[in-house]
Design a protein around this ligand. Structure first.
Ligand code: GLC
Length: 720
C-alpha cells in the first residue's frame, strides 16, 4: 500500500500490460530516472548472472522486475562458474555472424536464432544483445566477424531472419550498433562523416530492412558520432528516422558507457543508458527537477522500458531449467558451420578427398597438418561479444581422427612445442582466456627440407591452415591483411615438397575477414574459407574436405587483392596504434573533460573523425563499377556439383518485382545453390553502381538432376 501526499491510502498498482500508465503515475522522480539507466556492469560481485551485460532497473513496490541482458552475437556470454554455485554454465559457441551471412539463407539464420534464443531463455536471461549489422566498410574493422556483410540487403535480411528466430523463442533482441559504426579505433569518440546518399542507401538501409522484416524488441545506438553528434544523442536517428519514418516503436538503449550527455540522450529518444553511471543519474535528476528535461519525455522513455520489460521471460515468472540442448545445438553448429564455408578454389577436383586409406592396406590415410591454426583454431570473435571461453574448440587433429584419418603426430608435437614457445613470448603472464583486442598469433614455423621429406613419405595430403582473428576495441592493422614471410615460405616449401610426388595441398582460411590470397592461390590446389565457424570448427572443416558436407557458402564481402585497393582504405586507421586507455572508459564529466584536454590540439584524421569519401562505393559497388580486379568477388563460392539456371518468369506487378528461377543440379553430387539477383539501374542524373544485390534465395539440397524453382522478390522502391 502506498500513502499519497493527501494521506489517503490506495492499493498501489503492480505492473502488468494493462496498467503501465498508472504505474508510471505512481513512480517517484527518482524511480523514473532509475528506469532510464541500467544497474551497472554485471561482472563479479553479487549479480544474478555473472559475466552478462546488465539489467534494467527493478521497483519491487510497483511489481517492476528487471529484464536481463547478455551478449551475443554468436553465444550467450556468461562466466562459466559462479560463487557458491556447484554448476558449470556452458553455452554453445555458434558460427560467427559472417558465417551465417555466407549461407545467403534467411531460414538458416532463423534456425540459429531459435537455438540461441532457447539458450537465452533456458539460462534465465531475457534479451540477447544482437545481432550487429554494421557494414564492412573496410576489411580491417575489428568487429567485422561480429557483422554480416558489405551489402545492406544481405546484412538486413540475414539479421531479420536471426531476430525472428530468437524472438520466436520468446527471447528478445537488440539490433546494433545504430549507426555508421564501422571502425573500432577510438570508437567512443570517432566522428563518421558521410553523405546523405551513403547514409540512406548503405549505412541505414541494413537497419531499415532488419527493422521492417523483423521488428526487434530493442535497438542499441553506437559509440561513435555521426556528422558531429553522438548517435545516442541524435534525435534525427532515434526519433525522426527510426520511429517516424520507419514506424518502429521498440526500446532504444545506448551502448555501454556511450555518449557524453545523458539528458541529450533522453531528449533524442535514446530511452535507456546502459550500464548506467552515477553521473548520468545525477544529471537526469537535476534536469528532471529543474524542468530542463520535460517530464513527458521521461514518462515516454519509462513507458518504452516497461513495455520492453513486460515482453521478457523474467517478469512473466518463467522458471528456467539452467540447462539447454547442448548436444542438439552442437550438431547444428557443426552442420551450419560446414555449409557456410566458402570453397574459393578447387583445381582438378582436389576436393573432396576420400578419408579412407587409398593404398589398399590397413594403415589409415596420413594427413600432415601445417599452420599453428590447425592446432589452435579460431571459433569466433574476440571481445565482450566474443568468446574463446566456449565449451570446447575442435582442432583439425581431433577432426582428422574423427574422420578416420591419421594426422601426423610427430608434426603435431613440433607445432605444440612451437606454439607454447611463442605464447610464452607473446604472453609472459599466460594467454588471456578473454581478450578485448586481437590476440597476438603465434608466428608460423617453417619446416626444414628434412622434416618435409619425412612428412611427404608418411602422408598423402597436406593441409595448411592460416588464421586471423580480431575483436571489439581495436581494428586489424594493415599488416594483418597481408601474409607474413613465414606464411608465404610455409605455403611454398610445402607445395614444392608435395607437388613433387603429385600429392595435394589444401589451404584452410580460419579468418575473421579477408586476407591477401595471391600466394595461397599460387601454391594451394584447393582453398576453403572457413571464416569462424563456431566450436565444432575442425569437424566442420573436415566434413567439407571429405565431402560429408557440400559447402554452399558465398562470400558476404569482397576479397580484394591488396589492402589499399578500396577507396575506403585511404580513410581508415590501418596503421594507427590505438591507445587502450581510450577504450570504453567509464563515463564521467570530468574524465571526459580531461580526455578532451589531453587530446591532441588538432583532430587526428581516421581517429577523431573519419571521412567516408568513397560515398556509396564500398565493396563490390566499387570494384565492379570502376573495373578494379579483385582476388575473389562478393557472392563467389564453388560447390562440389554444378547448377543450371533457367529464368521461368520475370515481371513487375504493382510495386513488386518478381523473378522465378529454375535451378537444376547438373552435377553428380547433392548440393545447395544460393541464387542472387542483382539490378543494374539505368544511367540517370545520378551516378549508379554497376550492380546492386536486391534479393537472394537458397535452394534446398538438390539431388543430381533435381530442380527447384525459387522466387526472388523486391520492391520498385528498393531500386530508388
Ligand atoms: C560493448 C559492445 C556492445 C555490447 C555491449 C555490452 O562494448 O559495443 O556490442 O553489447 O558493450 O557488453
Amino acid at each position: 500500500m502506498v500513502a499519497l501526499t493527501t494521506g489517503q491510502v490506495v492499493a498501489q498498482p503492480m505492473l502488468n500490460a494493462g496498467n503501465i500508465d498508472e504505474v508510471i503515475k505512481a513512480m517517484t522522480i527518482e524511480e523514473k530516472v532509475n528506469m532510464l539507466l541500467g544497474c551497472g556492469q554485471s561482472f563479479g560481485g553479487e549479480v544474478k548472472f555473472p559475466g552478462t551485460a546488465g539489467r534494467t532497473y527493478d521497483i519491487p513496490r510497483l511489481g517492476v522486475e528487471s529484464a536481463y541482458l547478455a551478449d551475443g552475437p554468436h553465444r550467450l556470454h556468461m562466466t562459466k562458474t559462479r560463487e557458491w554455485d556447484s554448476k558449470t554454465y556452458i553455452t554453445t559457441e555458434f558460427p560467427s555472424e559472417t558465417n551465417v551471412a555466407a549461407l545467403f539463407d534467411t531460414d538458416a539464420a532463423y534456425q540459429i536464432g531459435q537455438a540461441i534464443g532457447a539458450e537465452v531463455r533456458d539460462f534465465g536471461l531475457d534479451v540477447l544483445l544482437a545481432p550487429g549489422v554494421n557494414l564492412m566498410r573496410s576489411s580491417l574493422c575489428g568487429r567485422n566477424n561480429e557483422y554480416y556483410s558489405e551489402d545492406p540487403v544481405l546484412a538486413g535480411k540475414i539479421a531479420a531472419g536471426f531476430i525472428n528466430g530468437i524472438q520466436s523463442e520468446g527471447s528478445g533482441t537488440c539490433l546494433k550498433h545504430f549507426a555508421i559504426n564501422n571502425q573500432e579505433t577510438n570508437r567512443n569518440n570517432n566522428d563518421s562523416r558521410l553523405s546523405q546518399r551513403a547514409l540512406r542507401e548503405l549505412y541505414l538501409k541494413n537497419f531499415e530492412i532488419a527493422v521492417k522484416e523483423s521488428n526487434p524488441w530493442s535497438i542499441m545506438t553506437s559509440y561513435n558520432r555521426a556528422q558531429g553528434l553522438y548517435t545516442c544523442e541524435n534525435r534525427d536517428l532515434t526519433e525522426t528516422i527510426l520511429r517516424d519514418e520507419w514506424g518502429w516503436n521498440g526500446l532504444v538503449m545506448s551502448d555501454w558507457n556511450a555518449g557524453k550527455d545523458a539528458v541529450a540522450s533522453i531528449k533524442a529518444g535514446n530511452d535507456m543508458l546502459q550500464p548506467g553511471q552515477q553521473g548520468q543519474r545525477e544529471a537526469l535528476l537535476k534536469a528532471a527537477n529543474d524542468g530542463s528535461l520535460d517530464m513527458a519525455l521521461i514518462d515516454l522513455s519509462v513507458k518504452r522500458v516497461l513495455e520492453f520489460v513486460l515482453k521478457c521471460h523474467t517478469p512473466n515468472g518463467y522458471v528456467y531449467p539452467n540447462e539447454t540442448d547442448l548436444k542438439g545445438h552442437a550438431a547444428l553448429v557443426r552442420q551450419i558451420g560446414a555449409e557456410s564455408m566458402v570453397l574459393l578454389k578447387n583445381a582438378d577436383n582436389t576436393l573432396p578427398f576420400n578419408p579412407a586409406a587409398h593404398r589398399g592396406f590397413a594403415a589409415k590415410r596420413g594427413v600432415a597438418l601445417y599452420g599453428v591454426t590447425s592446432y589452435e583454431m579460431v571459433p569466433a570473435a574476440m571481445g565482450f561479444g566474443g568468446t574463446n571461453v566456449g565449451p570446447y574448440i575442435v582442432s583439425l587433429v581431433e577432426a582428422a581422427r574423427n574422420a578416420g584419418m591419421a594426422p601426423d603426430m610427430t608434426l603435431a608435437a613440433t607445432y605444440k612445442k612451437h606454439i607454447a614457445e611463442k605464447n610464452k613470448e607473446n604472453y609472459p603472464n599466460g594467454v588471456p582466456a578473454f581478450s578485448i583486442t586481437a590476440p597476438l598469433r603465434a608466428s608460423e614455423w617453417v619446416p626444414s627440407a628434412e622434416v618435409l621429406a619425412e612428412n611427404v613419405k608418411n602422408n598423402d595430403i597436406a593441409i595448411i591452415t592460416l588464421g586471423r582473428t580480431s575483436g571489439e576495441g581495436a581494428d586489424r592493422k594493415r599488416e594483418h591483411f597481408f601474409l607474413t614471410d613465414e606464411e608465404k615460405d610455409l605455403l611454398k616449401v610445402v607445395a614444392e615438397a608435395y607437388h613433387k610426388v603429385d600429392k595435394k595441398v589444401i589451404a584452410v582460411l580460419n579468418v575473421c575477414g579477408p586476407i591477401e590470397t595471391a600466394a595461397i592461390t599460387e601454391y594451394a590446389d584447393a582453398i576453403l574459407c572457413a571464416f569462424e565457424p563456431g566450436q565444432e570448427c575442425g569437424n566442420s572443416v573436415m566434413d567439407v574436405l571429405t565431402g560429408k558436407v557440400n559447402p554452399s557458402g558465398r562470400l558476404p564481402m569482397t576479397w580484394q587483392v591488396a589492402f589499399g585497393d578500396a577507396p575506403a582504405d585511404q580513410n581508415f586507421p590501418a596503421d594507427y596504434v590505438f591507445d587502450m586507455s581510450m577504450f570504453a572508459r567509464a563515463y564521467s564529466k570530468d574524465a571526459a573533460e580531461k580526455a578532451q584536454i589531453t587530446k591532441a590540439p588538432e583532430l587526428v584524421r581516421n581517429v577523431d573523425y573519419t571521412e567516408y569519401q568513397e560515398g556509396i562505393y564500398i565493396g563490390y559497388r566499387y570494384f565492379d563499377t570502376f573495373g578494379k580486379a579483385v582476388a575473389f568477388p562478393f557472392g563467389h563460392g564453388l560447390s562440389y556439383t554444378t547448377f543450371g539456371y533457367e529464368i521461368v518468369s520475370s515481371g513487375i506487378n504493382g510495386d513488386e518485382c518478381q523473378l522465378e528461377v529454375k535451378v537444376t543440379n547438373t552435377g553428380d553430387r547433392a548440393g545447395r545453390e544460393a541464387v542472387q539477383a542483382y539490378v543494374k539501374a539505368p544511367k540517370g542524373k545520378l551516378d549508379k553502381p554497376a550492380k546492386e544485390l536486391k534479393a537472394f534465395a537458397k535452394t534446398k539440397s538438390l539431388e543430381p538432376g533435381e530442380s527447384q524453382v525459387v522466387t526472388l522478390k523486391w520492391k520498385t522502391m528498393d531500386m530508388a
